[in-house]
Structures are given as structure tokens and as C-alpha cells.
Design a protein around this ligand. Structure first.
Ligand SMILES: Nc1ncnc2c1ncn2[C@@H]1O[C@H](COP(=O)(O)OP(=O)(O)OP(=O)(O)O)[C@@H](O)[C@H]1O
Ligand SMILES: O=C(O)[C@H](O)[C@@H](O)[C@H](O)[C@H](O)CO
Length: 177
């Protein structure tokens, strides 16, 4: 298990709020016939209440949430499963917590301008995350570096094109075994 040459058991779709994590991760999971998990499901209620009230999360707020997602990744991978997870993973230290040293987990970075994402957030309805937190999301974001081997895709494209781009870069099977 956990060899660098092994095809991934988990793809973590990361980026700021509104970059399209839920949308792209859902479509990618469907394409690959993998499970989908929304990282937001692992937030304690206090974190969601804080964001809803317009306050950015701190590192301390995020550690237990990241550990819970890392637990889930470990569980799926050790059971020989496959999962696409939507999780902001904004800082490198957050990504290190999520990986726990695994080499069979890769990040998909949704790369887009603040102007484009603000425009999409302004149109989005029925979500707890206020568009006003986008500034702090961009201030916190540390885009993944080359040594993290991210799969980076531009979000300025239709969903299907983005998913095709990810599948072309990720060395994953598109059929269940
Ligand atoms: N490629 C795309 N083209 C056009 N609209 C898109 C695209 N991807 C996502 N959207 C739209 O942008 C908005 C934000 O997408 P989504 O909710 O998936 O982002 P998110 O990163 O999961 O956000 P959050 O982290 O706040 O949950 C949604 O209204 C979604 O329909
Ligand atoms: O790290 C964070 O600040 C939070 O996780 C946010 O990214 C939210 O989870 C998400 O973007 C809203 O759905």
C-alpha cells in the first residue's frame, strides 16, 4: 500500500469557496464511478455557524475538521476503495494533515481568478458560505507547489471540459475494476 507508483485511491478537489469543488468533484466521481464525499460534512456545527455568521475559520477551527477528513481517506484507501473529496485545503500544512504521508492521494487544484469566482458566488443560492469571505479565502490560499504534484485545472471552462482535463492528467482508471 501507499506506494508512489500506485494509482491514487483518493483525489482531493481543492480551492477557495466558490471555485467549484462540489460541482467538479461530483461530476468527476460520477465519471470515474468513484464515491464522492463533501468535506463540508465533516465540519463541526460550530465551524458552519461561524462561517454563516461571516467569520473566517482559524487554524484551530480547521485542525479537527482536517483530521476527520484524513480519517475518512485512510478508511477508504485501506479498504481498497476510491473516493473524490471536495475540501478547500487552502494551506500546505492543511494538505500535509490530509495526506498523513500517503503517496496514493492527489490534489486537484481548481485555479481561477477572484473576479470570476466572486461572480459565480454572487449568483449562487442557498449556501451557508457568505460571498464576503472570499477575500479571506484568497489571503489564506497557498496554491500547491510543483513538488506536491498537483493536478491543476483552470475553472474558466464548462464542467465537462474541466473533468476531461482532470481525467487526462490523473493516472486513474475510468472504469470500476
Ligand atoms: N465550470 C463552471 N462553470 C460555471 N459555473 C460553475 C462552474 N463550476 C461551478 N459553477 C458554479 O459556481 C458556483 C460555486 O460552485 P460550488 O458550489 O461547486 O463551489 P465550492 O468550491 O464547492 O464552494 P464552497 O466551498 O463554498 O462550498 C455554483 O453556483 C456552481 O453551480
Ligand atoms: O477552509 C475553510 O475556510 C472552509 O472549509 C471553507 O472553505 C468551507 O468549507 C467551504 O469553502 C464552504 O463550503
Amino acid at each position: 500500500m501507499n506506494r508512489p507508483d500506485k494509482s491514487p485511491c483518493a483525489l482531493i478537489v481543492m480551492g477557495v469557496s466558490g471555485s467549484g469543488k462540489s460541482t467538479i468533484a461530483t461530476a468527476l466521481a460520477e465519471r470515474l464511478s468513484w464515491a464522492f464525499e463533501d468535506g463540508d460534512r465533516f465540519h463541526p456545527a460550530s465551524n458552519v455557524a461561524k462561517m454563516r455568521a461571516g467569520h473566517p475559520l482559524t487554524d484551530e477551527d480547521r485542525w479537527p475538521w482536517l483530521e476527520a477528513i484524513a480519517d475518512e481517506i485512510g478508511r477508504v484507501c485501506e479498504a481498497s476503495g476510491h473516493v473524490v473529496i471536495a475540501c478547500s485545503a487552502l494551506k500546505r500544512v492543511y494538505r500535509d494533515v490530509l495526506l498523513r504521508g500517503r503517496h496514493d492521494v492527489r490534489f486537484v487544484f481548481l485555479d481561477g481568478s477572484q473576479t470570476l469566482i466572486a461572480d459565480r458566488l454572487a449568483r449562487r443560492k442557498g449556501h451557508f458560505m457568505p460571498p464576503g469571505l472570499l477575500d479571506s479565502q484568497f489571503r489564506t490560499l497557498e496554491p500547491p507547489q510543483a513538488d506536491e504534484r498537483p493536478i491543476t485545472v483552470s475553472i474558466d471552462a464548462p464542467v465537462e471540459t474541466i473533468v476531461n482535463n482532470i481525467v487526462a492528467q490523473a493516472q486513474v482508471r475510468t472504469q470500476s475494476p
